[in-house]
Design a protein. Structure first.
Length: 166
């Protein structure tokens, strides 16, 4: 296969909102548990290699709006993608400009641990890419636009086809 296999899951309210008090109801909690068990549980139905979220969802759930610890005088990093680690599970974060304040190269969602991959655009600074390298966080450069989903998926596929990602 020359592209990632993608399925989209979102828990939404009847009016289409992806956040809200409905998530705190017993029914919302039960739906979240069903999704987790299907996707990540001890014997998941989906045999995926990772999951993807945007910058705001990542900030809301994992980086908590921390600012990245940037060194504006960092040495120039090599051009192109940086794959720090091969693993069985990845968390892919779409962060076009490089704004997330990671503290670690891995994250844990309930009992699932994943290596972080940032999908950046050419807007991301050298200081941000050096920050990711310092933490051993992989990143993929997906062109110059922040709305290029086709470019994002092509970049993930490129690394997969090169054997850099499992």
């Amino acid at each position: 296969m020359n592209r990632p296999y993608i399925f989209c899951h979102m828990m939404t309210s009847l009016d289409g909102k992806i956040m809200g008090s409905y998530m705190e109801t017993p029914e919302g909690a039960a739906a979240g548990d069903v999704f987790y068990n299907l996707s990540f549980g001890k014997n998941p139905y989906y045999k995926h290699q990772g999951w993807l979220s945007g910058r705001i969802t990542t900030d809301d759930n994992f980086t908590f709006y921390e600012k990245p610890d940037l060194d504006e005088n960092a040495a120039k990093v090599p051009e192109g993608d940086y794959i720090a680690k091969k693993t069985d599970m990845y968390y892919v974060s779409i962060d076009p400009s490089g704004r997330l304040g990671w503290k670690s190269s891995t994250l844990t969602y309930i009992d699932t641990t994943a290596h972080v991959i940032e999908v950046l655009t050419e807007k991301a600074t050298n200081a941000y890419k050096a920050f990711l390298r310092r933490l051993s966080i992989s990143y993929i450069i997906a062109g110059s636009k922040s709305d290029g989903w086709r470019q994002y998926m092509a970049a993930l596929s490129r690394e997969k086809c090169k054997g850099e990602l499992r």
